[in-house]
Design a protein around this ligand. Structure first.
Ligand code: ADP
Ligand code: G6P
Length: 458
């Protein structure tokens, strides 16, 4: 049985190096990081927006391994502006993360979203062979399930929503709330990361569309749609193995030497949902309150720029840069820079070396569908402490982390102190529990559970 995966973002981006040669570079972001290994294992077709190199319509991936085929859909600049930067990232993204002050609900965005979703659906129908499983991902493609259902009434269609599903009070501010829900309900099985999101989704179906729920099922006149809370996992074993290689251990040792003090680490896409400013402010406050910490602890913040054509993201980047400058200017000394700020995307090896070298990992989003960084750190770290926002979906299963409310400035400052002074035995014990769960519910378990639900659905 074939698998067709559909997402907006492609797993690898084509990059021309100085020599003009084409390379495929892994994209930064939770969804593609998670799905690439699934398709590597099962094979199949991945349909996504082809960002750049327009003449390449189709390519075998991953580079050098050729395990699955990527079909690349090219979008016109105006489509990209209104569908991706517009409806996806100025309407649905802030709405779902409870940032109502940032939403822009424009008719122009909505029309482009409908058009582009139709193009994705047509590509699915072209690729489909009877018996295939179709798995559509995320908020950029909500209309694809129902559009595919119209063309292929018998197809098995799964839909996974990777970000938070907001409460109906918030969701109903969207002028196209009915259409988005009806679009998703074209699927047989709808997945979200956390029980609370599943509850919100079902109550939106009831309040907005009048559809009854029965346990995990939403009843529509002719059909039933199964709603599953399935938190995504990571390839825990692969991360552990990588962290044990001599290259990574050497790189981690070098990092510790270069930073020169114990360090706190942040790794995020540069996004206003991630709480990067709040985290920096808390670190600055910690240095101010505890002068003895000055020169003795460092924050390494890695923040890869993202969606830079949206004002909110550009403004945030400037705010972060100003704040880093202020903290470094206020507390820096010869031989010690309080905040190391890096905007590069790292390769896997480097990323794992940072996780391994860090004393404390700060994952403090204001809201996050799940957050893979928290899981990756816990899989790799041998004696570090994870500080985790209670508003990240991952908090529902990572109780042994130091859970914080990122809006609580003092609480965050206290958590930094607590993490830095936590006894070794306690750090190890907390990590052991986290690791055991990561091994049990890894990426393969997640993908299998979802695809099993889809295959079994009648
Ligand atoms: P989101 O999906 O919102 O970006 P997640 O934490 O769920 O957030 O996933 C982010 C993914 O991107 C993780 O797999 C992480 O390792 C990766 N990532 C984040 N920042 C970087 C970076 N600077 N370099 C390389 N990979 C990164
Ligand atoms: C989150 C979203 C994904 C998205 C990723 C990166 O993980 O859930 O759908 O691909 O962020 O964002 P981008 O806009 O660069 O694809």
């Amino acid at each position: 049985m074939g698998l067709i995966v559909v997402s907006n973002r492609e797993p690898y981006s084509p990059v021309r190096e100085g020599d003009g040669e084409l390379h495929w570079k892994a994209a930064v972001g939770g969804l593609t990081a998670a799905l690439d290994p699934v398709l590597r294992e099962r094979g199949g077709t991945w349909i996504a927006w082809g960002d750049g190199e327009r003449e390449i319509r189709s390519v075998e991936l991953p580079p050098g391994e050729e395990r699955y085929r990527l079909e690349r859909l090219h979008l016109r600049e105006s489509e990209l502006q209104d569908y991706y930067y517009g409806f996806s990232n100025r309407a649905l993204w802030p709405l779902s993360h409870y940032f109502l002050n940032r939403v822009r609900y424009l008719g122009r965005y909505w029309r482009a979203y409908q058009r582009v979703n139709r193009r994705f659906a047509e590509a699915v129908v072209r690729a489909y062979r009877p018996g295939d499983l179709i798995w559509v991902h995320d908020y950029q493609l909500c209309l694809v399930p129902s559009l595919v259902r119209e063309a292929l009434p018998e197809a098995r269609i799964g839909f996974f929503w990777h970000i938070p599903w907001p409460s109906s009070e918030v969701f109903r501010t969207l002028p196209w709330d009915r259409e988005i829900l009806e679009g998703i309900l074209g699927a047989n099985v709808v997945g979200v990361h956390v029980l609370e999101y599943a509850r919100h989704f079902r109550s939106c179906c009831r309040i907005v569309l009048g559809y009854d729920n029965d346990g995990r099922v939403v009843r529509i006149s002719q059909r039933e749609v199964q709603v599953e809370a399935l938190p995504i996992g990571i390839e825990a074993q692969t991360f552990v193995e990588l962290s044990q290689t001599p290259e990574v251990r050497r790189a981690a040792g070098e990092l510790r030497q270069q930073v020169g003090t114990p360090f706190l680490l942040g790794v995020d896409r540069l996004d206003y949902t991630k709480g990067i400013l709040e985290r920096l402010e808390a670190f600055g406050e910690y240095l101010g309150r505890y002068p003895e910490a000055q020169g003795r602890v460092t924050l390494v913040q890695i923040a890869v720029p993202s969606r830079e054509q949206v004002d909110a993201y550009r403004q945030l980047r400037e705010q972060i840069e100003r704040l880093v400058g202020r903290i470094n200017g206020t507390y820096g000394q010869a031989g010690w820079t309080p905040v190391h700020y890096i905007t590069r995307g790292l390769d896997r090896l480097e990323l794992v070396a940072y996780y391994l070298a860090a004393d404390v990992m700060l994952v403090t989003p204001l809201r996050d569908g799940l957050n893979l960084v928290a899981k990756e750190f816990a899989a790799v770290s041998e004696q570090g402490v994870l500080i985790l926002s209670e508003f990240a979906g991952a908090a529902a299963e990572m109780h042994e982390a130091l859970l914080v409310n990122p809006y609580d400035h003092d609480g965050l400052v206290r958590a930094i102190g607590q993490a830095l002074s936590m006894p070794l035995a306690e750090r190890r014990q907390r990590l052991e529990c986290l690791k055991a769960r990561l091994r049990r519910f890894d990426l393969t378990t997640w993908a299998k559970a979802f695809l099993h639900a889809l295959e079994e659905n009648r």
